[in-house]
Write a new protein. Structure first.
Length: 354
């Protein structure tokens, strides 16, 4: 219980920090960009009125111009979406801040002033790491909750091994991700009426995976203020829930991949060490059996290495052979003096431990 409360408190702290960061950044963006957007809006509106006065337009042509203007087209070929009276108010600015810190970047809404572009760089440098840390913490917490839920439901199967537990967690998070995607796709069609169900599923995945191509974008500039707040709130909630589930899914895959990497690394290390030890033993044995080595007592091997080989061997003949070399090594102690009866000379020999 204490662990759960501590994890909830950490997640809440990260969530509050990101919320405050988004709100403050949105306020700065609105201050830097809104006047410029409103000025461009009035310029375009004046140009449209002038066109209506000078050209003899039909009612249908006038409607086409009005529709084009509402979708953001400008007469100087400069695209400044969403190009409406609500451009860079707090709602649209918060929408932009979320797409910036989550690295979605649809591209339909971007700062045009130099101050706004510079602040966008500074804002993303702080917001993207904060978002990644928050998402990673939530993903780990969600994985832990899922593991405990699976332990409660399928205790015997999950306790059978770490591999089965990771596979069960991965399958469960994948199921959650699929259900969330298909359920959210139906809600997207209420906001974007001209989109098909497959395109809605595609839009959900492209959004929560932060690919953000920008071919489908939720636009709510022409909605009422209350509808805009509701649409933004539901979109942000769905975004963070979907990204958390996707993060938990990726973490379950990475956990299993790390375990498999450790197993393969340990296996390859053991095989390599076994090969190196065998080659070292063969070289030491060949050197020890060189002419004059046995007569002088210079056994060119390491005793600790021989003892290690003795513990590893199970063949009685090989154990006896290794024990013989250990006895010879003991007979040739380091810094021992040997006398030659024929010459009467004395010399000191030191075994080679290399």
């Amino acid at each position: 219980k204490q662990w759960y409360q501590r994890r909830v408190r950490v997640n809440a702290e990260y969530g509050v920090a990101q919320f405050v960061y988004l709100m403050s950044g949105s306020a700065v963006f609105m201050f830097l960009e809104r006047d410029f957007a409103q000025q461009k809006y009035r310029t375009t509106l004046d140009a449209l009125i002038e066109v209506r006065k000078t050209l003899n337009l039909t009612y249908r042509q006038e409607l086409v111009l009005q529709e084009a203007f509402s979708y953001g087209f400008n007469f100087d070929d400069e695209v400044l979406p969403p190009r409406a009276a609500n451009a860079w108010d707090f709602i649209s600015t918060l929408y932009f801040s979320i797409t910036s810190t989550t690295t979605i970047g649809y591209g339909h809404h971007s700062p045009r002033t130099s101050a706004g572009q510079l602040f966008c760089i500074a804002f993303s440098l702080g917001g993207i790491p904060l978002h990644m840390v928050t998402l990673g913490t939530i993903g780990r917490h969600l994985n832990t909750v899922i593991n405990r839920f699976l332990m409660w439901c399928f205790g015997g199967f999950v306790k059978a091994g770490a591999a089965k537990k990771d596979i069960a967690t991965f399958l469960f998070t994948c199921t959650l991700l699929i259900l969330f995607t298909f359920f959210s796709a139906g809600s997207v069609r209420l906001v974007i009426p001209d989109i098909s169900y497959v395109e809605a599923v595609y839009f959900i995945y492209v959004t929560i995976s932060t690919i953000g191509f920008g071919d489908f974008v939720i636009r709510f500039e022409k909605e009422s203020h209350l509808n805009r707040v509701l649409i933004l709130a539901l979109w942000a909630l769905a975004l963070y829930v979907g990204m958390s589930i996707l993060s938990a899914t990726v973490m379950s895959i990475s956990t299993r991949a790390k375990q498999n990497y450790k197993i393969l690394f340990n296996l390859s290390s053991n095989l390599w060490n076994k090969k190196v030890r065998g080659e070292k033993y063969r070289r030491a044995k060949k050197k020890a059996m060189s002419p004059g080595a046995e007569e002088t007592g210079l056994i060119m091997v390491d005793k600790n290495f021989l003892i290690e080989q003795l513990d590893l061997q199970t063949d009685p003949d090989k154990r006896a052979e290794i024990q013989m070399w250990i006895d010879k090594y003991d007979a040739c102690t380091c810094s021992s003096d040997y006398s030659d009866d024929d010459s009467g000379s004395e010399y000191t020999s030191t075994p080679d431990h290399g």
